[in-house]
Design a protein around this ligand. Structure first.
Ligand SMILES: [Zn+2]
Length: 139
C-alpha cells in the first residue's frame, strides 16, 4: 500500500511538495484523518508526507487561518487540489495560501520555516525546485 501512495503522489510530499527523490530518507505515509479520530487505514485516507509535515501535522485536522483567525479544515490531498489552495512566491521559495484552507495548512505545518527556505533555495539552484507543474505567483 505504501508503494501505491508514493506513486499516486508522484513522490511529492502532498502538503509542501518537497520531492522524495532528493531526500536521504523515504517520506512517511500520513493518515489524513488520524486513526485516533476515526480515520481509516485505506488509500483514500492516506497521503505521502515528508517527515517535517507529518510531524507538524501530528493528529491535527484543522488549524487557524491567520487572515481571519478562524478555525479551518487543513488541506486534504484526497478531496482538495493543491493548485486551488497554494502557489509558490515569485522566487518560488515560499508557499502562499490562496484560501483559508491553504493559509491554515501553511500555518499549522510551518511550511515556510527558515530551514526549508534554505533547502528550497539550494534545490532551486540545481533545478530540483519547484515541481514542474506547480504554479508560481505572478507579480
Ligand atoms: Zn512536506
Amino acid at each position: 500500500m505504501k508503494d501505491a501512495v508514493r506513486l499516486r503522489a508522484n513522490h511529492l510530499c502532498e502538503y509542501c511538495h518537497a520531492s522524495e527523490q532528493w531526500q536521504y530518507v523515504q517520506f512517511t505515509v500520513d493518515h489524513i484523518v488520524p486513526l485516533t479520530k476515526g480515520g481509516i487505514d485505506k488509500l483514500e485516507n492516506l497521503a505521502l508526507a515528508c517527515f517535517h509535515c507529518n510531524r507538524q501535522k501530528s493528529n491535527k485536522i484543522s488549524g487557524t487561518d491567520p487572515q481571519s483567525g478562524k478555525n479551518t479544515p487543513l488541506f486534504n490531498p484526497r478531496c482538495d487540489v493543491w493548485k486551488d489552495h497554494f502557489t509558490w512566491s515569485s522566487d518560488s521559495l515560499q508557499m502562499i495560501g490562496l484560501t483559508a484552507i491553504g493559509r491554515a495548512t501553511i500555518n499549522a505545518l510551518n511550511c515556510n520555516r527558515e530551514r526549508l527556505l534554505l533547502i528550497k533555495a539550494s534545490d532551486r539552484s540545481v533545478n530540483r525546485h519547484p515541481p514542474i507543474n506547480d504554479p508560481i505567483q505572478v507579480l
